[in-house]
Write a new protein. Structure first.
Length: 124
């Protein structure tokens, strides 16, 4: 088994001893990704800005793990019910080829802010 590597980025961290993501061999898995403004604990008021922050943080996590957007196999989002459609422009920007997009599950419910997680596989 490959050694586990904890992923850390400057724009987002947990207050506990949890890395923002972990890589073991070709597998990269994130912890929960908060929508904080980079380098702060401030949550933007708009859901659009929250999604922008999440995609920013994910991009940095992927880079730190030696991956990029083409390695993402699945993303999950937890979002307030009235804001689900705000995700699609970011999704299409990162994954423009409809024949090559990762799986996605958008949990619509009682969330007050957007959060996310991802799984990536780096075989190359």
């Amino acid at each position: 088994m490959s050694a586990r590597k904890s992923i850390a980025i400057d724009s987002l961290s947990h207050l506990t001893a949890i890395p923002v993501a972990t890589r073991i061999g070709p597998l990269v898995v994130s912890s929960v990704i908060a929508p904080f403004d980079p380098g702060t604990r401030v949550v933007p008021e708009t859901v659009t800005a929250q999604y922008a922050n999440i995609f920013h943080h994910v991009g940095l996590m992927l880079r730190e793990a030696g991956a990029d957007w083409r390695h993402v196999a699945k993303m999950e989002f937890w979002t307030p019910p009235v804001e689900r459609d705000a995700l699609d422009p970011f999704w299409i920007e990162k994954f423009p080829d409809e024949a090559s997009r990762p799986s996605r599950h958008t949990h619509v419910g009682e969330a007050k802010v957007v959060t996310a997680s991802f799984i990536a596989f780096v075989a190359d």
